[in-house]
Design a protein around this ligand. Structure first.
Ligand SMILES: [Zn+2]
Length: 159
């Protein structure tokens, strides 16, 4: 039976302004399961969005706390792209989505929840799902718990 509610997203809606510190730096420094880290590269890493727009919504971020896309080193930029590609492979194997949106939300006006640690979003898409990057308060229906999503993606990650 599918869940018709997403408590972690509701939690975000009510506490988005109260989050302390940088979630990316915290996740990078901490435990994989706790931080929802799917894969760690040399310069960048992959984590699940704790407040996803779809099952399998991952984010790719440099380890370095850097806010400007243009401030990424060549090595960071390259690995972010490689990790995005690997993420597509892992998502394809796990969820067989029909398409993907890949993007960077730069600045709050563009939908970025965290503006000072740049990160790319990879959102799997299926026919009949919702629009990319809905507004913050728009609560989505998610069929699977996020810890299970992390485990599945980590298990099939290429390489
Ligand atoms: Zn950070």
């Amino acid at each position: 039976m599918k869940q018709l509610w997403a408590p972690w997203r509701l939690e975000y809606v009510s506490s988005a302004d109260e989050i302390q510190g940088c979630v990316f730096c915290t996740a990078a420094a901490g435990d994989d399961e706790e931080g929802l880290v799917v894969h760690r590269g040399t310069e960048a890493f992959v984590l699940l969005n704790k407040f996803p727009y779809a099952s399998g919504h991952v984010m790719v971020a440099p380890y370095r706390h850097v806010g400007e896309l243009g401030d990424l080193t060549d090595e960071e930029a390259l690995e972010v792209h490689r990790l995005i590609s690997q993420g597509l492979a892992a998502l394809a194997e796990t969820y067989a989505p029909q398409g993907y949106n890949i993007g960077w939300n730069l600045g709050r006006i563009a939908g970025a929840g965290i503006v000072d640690h740049t990160h790319a979003h990879v959102v799997p898409r299926w026919a009949g799902d919702t629009n990319f990057m809905p507004v913050l308060a728009d609560v989505k229906v998610l069929p699977e718990h996020i810890a299970e999503t992390r485990r599945k993606l980590a298990a099939v990650w290429p390489g």
